[in-house]
Design a protein around this ligand. Structure first.
Ligand code: FMN
Ligand code: SF4
Length: 510
């Protein structure tokens, strides 16, 4: 019987030589005429072990990593096709603590299946959610999503069911589902991983969204920095269309859903939903004032659901297992699982899917193993470039939307960026203002002008020019940006800035 060997095709693995490893394996297999099937799977999300090679054995899948092309010959000599010991052997993959401790719902298949095999997708529970959704009235699908407690994973945490209900209730001949795959937050990669590792789950989620609100067309807006995700999504859409899971009659139901992928042009602001819609329409990415909400007047002025990749990819399991099953995970008003992305100065960076409620400390030390440098941790930024900097004393904050808000922080897309004791928070505060100045769409004054003035004020504070007076100016400026900006880019930039001043006053010589 053919032995299955898995070498990931995820960008994280490709960036550290996965293609060369796959090639080295194929060459030995051909030279020795071995019966091996090489599968290019997605990543399991343990980036420090990439390229992680797995072999299917009667004991389960056995992992080896990180593997280089030079070590491949040695793996064959050691008998890795039978799961035999080698210095890179990590044992049964599912028994690796990092994976074993997770609660994977949305990422249940990622890294396990061949991303472009519909057969694999079906045999691992794929399209069961759609099958159930096709038996339900649109209102019942929306109710299931509402009951699950799912909140948008793109940043704002808005209840997905309520958004869908608004679009369902809007009267229009054409409605759209738009998937936000711009993933601009620093330290985040969950959207990319699911698009590269399990693209059909996103297609299924968007199809269910279409059935729920009466939309017959969907668009995925993918950032230009993700060429592999873009290509994988394109191929997956082609396959799903050929097999009748997209098109004029989804799974023979007589209900239409068509899907396209579009590539962004590299602007952070195009992740904001109204800018994204402008960009999708072929215009310059600038914020549209709200109201009208995109749910009522979105793409081409039509009612539109705009949801993040992870929000949409969580829908199939909700429709498969029921809203109450999903709701059983989590704490307070944060229901289900969070896809935590560990990045920055961290020993074991990668993706951890876990019910809301885990503390920052458990994520960083229990999964991440602390800093990569081994130096003491000094600061953590959660929620991307607009997230607050938390000091060590706040590490027991649970990963929960409300707990973060209570500490003047935000969970955002679940990215956690760790810094050791060499970080200079005045420099980071300046960086936040500069980032805002560079990425500002220019539509409103507090952000366009305020961020540039903010950089100058921080420079004066650091240079000890009228330090106390300038610290007051910075406070005032941040208040104006918070209250007066048209969107959250200008409105949230004060979070990293003020948290740096509040928690690390010594870096500002306060
Ligand atoms: C400056 C800015 C950038 C954003 N970038 C993203 C992004 O890259 N991806 C994303 O899903 N949402 C992003 N958002 C949030 C979106 O505007 C929107 O809330 C989200 O796509 C809605 O989907 P959800 O309800 O599923 O989270 C951004 C918001 C702002 C203000
Ligand atoms: S806050 Fe900044 S990005 Fe947002 S509308 Fe105003 S200028 Fe544009």
């Amino acid at each position: 019987m053919s032995v299955k060997v898995f070498v990931p095709c995820d960008s994280s693995a490709l960036s550290v030589g996965a293609d060369a490893v796959a090639k080295a394996i194929s060459e030995i297999v051909s030279a020795r005429n071995l019966d091996v099937t090489l599968v290019r799977n997605g990543s399991r999300g343990m980036f420090w072990l990439e390229p992680l090679v797995e072999v299917e054995t009667p004991r389960g899948r056995i992992a080896y990593g990180p593997v280089t092309a030079d070590e491949v010959k040695g793996l064959f000599e050691a008998g890795f096709l039978d799961g035999k010991p080698h210095k890179l052997c990590l044992g049964v993959t599912d028994e690796i603590e990092y994976l074993k401790k997770q609660e994977r719902l949305t990422f249940a298949r990622c890294g396990i299946t061949d991303p472009l095999s519909l057969t694999d997708y079906f045999s691992h529970g794929g399209y069961r959610g759609l099958e159930n959704a096709l038996k339900l009235a649109p209102e019942a699908i929306v109710q299931e999503v509402t009951d699950s407690g799912l909140r948008g994973r793109g940043g704002a945490g808005f209840p997905t069911g309520i958004k869908w209900k608004t679009v369902l209730g809007a009267k229009a001949a054409q409605k759209y589902i738009v998937c936000n795959a711009d993933e601009g937050d620093s330290g985040t990669f969950a959207d990319r991983m699911i698009m590269e590792g399990d693209p059909f789950v996103l297609i299924e989620g968007m199809t269910i969204a279409g059935l729920a609100v009466g939309a017959t067309h969907g668009y995925i807006y993918c950032r230009s920095e993700y060429p592999h995700a873009f290509a994988t999504m394109q191929k997956a859409i082609e396959i799903a269309t050929q097999k009748g899971y997209l098109g004029d009659s989804v799974a023979g139901s007589g209900k239409a859903f068509h899907l396209d992928v579009r590539l962004g042009a590299g602007a952070y602001i195009c992740g904001e939903e109204t800018s994204l819609l402008e960009s999708l329409e072929g215009k310059r990415g600038q914020i549209r004032p709200k109201p009208p909400l995109p749910a009522l007047e979105g793409l081409f002025g039509k009612p539109t659901v705009v949801n993040n990749v992870i929000s949409l990819a969580s829908v199939p399991i909700i429709l498969d297992k029921g809203g109450s099953h999903y709701r059983d995970f989590g704490m307070g008003r944060s229901r289900g699982t969070l896809t935590i992305q560990l990045a920055g100065n961290i020993k074991q960076g990668g993706l951890v899917e876990k019910a809301f409620g885990l503390t920052l400390r458990e994520a960083i030390y229990g999964f991440g193993g602390g800093t990569a440098t081994g130096k003491p941790l000094r600061a953590v930024q959660v929620g991307g470039p607009l997230g607050a900097y938390f000091p060590e004393s706040l590490l027991d904050t649970p990963l929960d939307y409300e707990a973060f808000a209570a500490n003047k922080g935000l969970l955002g897309h679940g990215g956690i960026v760790v810094f050791d004791d060499t970080v200079d928070l005045a420099h980071q505060a300046r960086f936040a203002m500069e980032f805002c100045a560079i990425e500002s769409c220019g539509k409103c004054t507090p952000c366009r002008v305020g961020s540039t003035r903010g950089v100058e004020v921080i420079d004066r504070i650091v240079a000890n020019q009228d330090r106390n007076k300038n610290l007051e100016v910075l406070d005032d400026l941040c208040e104006t940006m918070l209250d007066g900006s048209l969107c959250a880019l200008g409105g949230l930039t004060p979070y990293p800035v003020l948290s740096a001043v509040r928690h690390f006053p010594e870096d500002f010589h306060r």
